[in-house]
Design a protein around this ligand. Structure first.
Ligand code: C2O
Length: 546
């Protein structure tokens, strides 16, 4: 195994998209940021220097960070932000994970432009469990605003309204030629005729689950979230923000140009969304020279309708681990977390401008009716480590969550979550089950729930109210898929299981960034009870303080 060192400089860089040039926050002047490629077992050392005017942190999405929680990255959870002019070095080892992950800023909405692929190859000398591809290409799906994304979220926070929707989706940073002023510089993805090619698809969009399809080509899914899957073939895939999917694609079509395209899967009803389509061009390497020019119009795939939940359900039902896995059969901690939106009444000391949600309310979101509030003067991991009192409470979710009919009309009082910094304490080594239930308050929605520091098995998903007496019979305890982000079905539920074998403070949140800001999060605090330093490495000397 190797030690790989990298430097990331966070800086404002002019980037031209959709007819205008924008001063954009990037890493090393690149948008999207650099692709990191490692082998399983390698150690990554990344020195991040902040030369921008915003506080920033970097999160290594999906990396388990076994006993290296200080390198996880979410601001005010495992570290204070890196302030302008300062640096912090993230150091961690890849242990047992193979496939596609990514990295992104974990402060405000900076991840709109601060993100990149993190590719983990098998250990040196080891092979993929599928045909070795001739060519591998990361496909980063993103979301672009003409306005500064920080201003977009600031405006929403100040007014209590929903933030403005994006102006384009992107593939590897480019909107593609269906958008204005974008015919130059479409992303070209090369493919070899007669060969197997691997696409590593990442949904880095801030707020939108996306369908992805390639014209005239089938996709064989072989992995997701850096875990291998039993291969299955499909025409279209769907990724919630945060999720990754590895697909094999055969160069078995006439060697010309084809579009690959991504567009919204929008499960929320009556909510405005960006209904545009981003494209990149799949180009056969063997294509005759003119094909490289813009004279040959690529073939366009037909994507599912924006509200096609049936396609999403069929797709997610195809996910299996490649073989029998060790899912905890017995459970020590059985948790039930509701996930959903809310509308808080205008507080007394606010004025009407600050309450521009529906009927003079403010948008909010919660787990078990608590809107998670990040601390602002210390991180949760540090407060726990140093025994600082008053930063968080551990009474989540001890009060049994109010159960109600999640498919029916809900009393207005449940539309108003209460703010709090409440964490869930888990005993090191305990076997945990979490039921995630969409409340459908304000609008039913497919929420991509992401857990830091862990991979988990998704043992079941369904629609309506989770019923512990009936639905346990549907659990797959043989070969469920392993992931770090579960797209909880709209108007439905998902059940995940894992062993709490990684001590630390791990945020679990909706990966729609608009929902994090509104409080759809909690923190799992995993401790062996003999003091954190017995169980994890000491904080690095350059750990940013608040
Ligand atoms: Cu990619 Cu906390 O997330």
């Amino acid at each position: 195994a190797k030690i790989q060192e990298h430097e990331f400089v966070i800086q404002a860089t002019p980037v031209k998209r959709l007819c205008n040039t924008h001063n954009t926050i990037t890493v090393n002047g690149q948008f999207p940021g650099p692709t990191l490629e490692v082998n399983n077992g390698d150690t990554l050392v990344v020195k991040v220097t902040n030369k921008a005017r915003y506080n920033v942190t970097i999160h290594w999405h999906g990396i388990r960070q076994m006993r290296t929680g200080w390198a996880d990255g979410p601001e005010f959870v495992t570290q204070c932000p890196i302030r302008p002019g300062e640096s912090y070095t993230y150091r961690f080892t890849i242990q047992g994970q193979e496939g596609t992950l990514w990295w992104h800023a974990h402060s405000s909405w900076l991840r709109a432009t601060v993100y990149g692929a993190l590719i983990i190859h098998p250990r040196e000398g080891e092979a993929y469990p599928f045909t070795k591809p001739k060519r591998e290409t990361p496909i980063l799906l993103g979301e672009w605003w003409d306005a500064n994304p920080i201003d977009v979220v600031r405006q929403a926070t100040q007014t209590g309204a929903a933030p403005n929707i994006s102006d384009a989706y992107t593939i590897n940073g480019q909107p593609g030629d269906l958008y204005k002023c974008s015919s130059q510089g479409s992303t070209i993805v090369p493919i070899d005729s007669g060969e197997t090619n691997l696409l590593r698809v990442i949904n880095a969009a801030l707020n939108q689950p996306l369908f992805f399809k390639v014209a005239n080509h089938k996709l064989t899914v072989v992995g997701a979230d850096a875990s291998y899957l039993k291969p299955f073939t499909t025409n279209v895939i769907m990724l919630g923000p945060g999720q990754t999917t590895d697909v094999l694609i055969q160069g078995d079509q006439p060697p010309t140009r084809y579009y690959m395209a991504a567009r919204a899967y929008q499960s929320a009803q009556n909510a405005p969304f960006d209904n545009t389509t981003t494209t990149a061009i799949l180009e056969y390497k063997s294509a005759p020279c003119p094909a490289k020019g813009s004279s040959i119009k690529p073939v366009m795939p037909s994507l599912p309708a924006y509200n096609d939940t049936n396609t999403v359900t069929a797709f997610s039902k195809s996910f299996r681990s490649p073989r029998k896995v060790e899912v905890p059969a017995e459970i020590d901690e059985n948790l039930f977390f509701t996930i959903g939106l809310g509308l808080n009444n205008c507080p007394k000391n606010f004025n009407a401008n600050q309450c521009q949600g529906p009927n003079g309310t403010r948008f909010t979101a919660s787990m078990n009716n608590v809107s998670f509030v990040l601390p602002n003067n210390v991180s949760i991991l540090q407060a726990h480590h140093l025994g600082v009192q008053g930063v968080f409470t551990t009474d989540f979710p001890t009060q049994p969550p109010v159960k109600f009919d999640y498919t029916g009309n809900v009393s207005r009082s449940l539309w108003q979550p209460v703010p709090g910094t409440k964490v869930t304490k888990l005993k090191f080594g305990s076997r945990v089950q979490i039921v995630l239930q969409d409340t459908s308050i304000v609008t039913p929605e497919n929420h991509p729930i992401h857990l830091h520091g862990y991979d988990f098995y998704i043992v079941a998903e369904g629609f309506g109210n989770f019923d512990p007496n009936k639905d346990t019979s549907k659990f797959n305890l043989i070969d469920p898929p392993m992931r770090n982000t579960v797209a909880v079905p709209v108007n439905g539920w998902a059940v995940i299981r894992f062993v709490a074998d990684n001590p630390g403070a791990w945020i679990m949140h909706c990966h729609l960034d608009v929902h994090i800001g509104w409080g759809l999060a909690t923190v799992l605090l995993v401790d062996n009870g003999v003091g954190l330093l017995q169980s994890i490495e000491p904080p690095p000397e350059d750990l940013p303080l608040c």
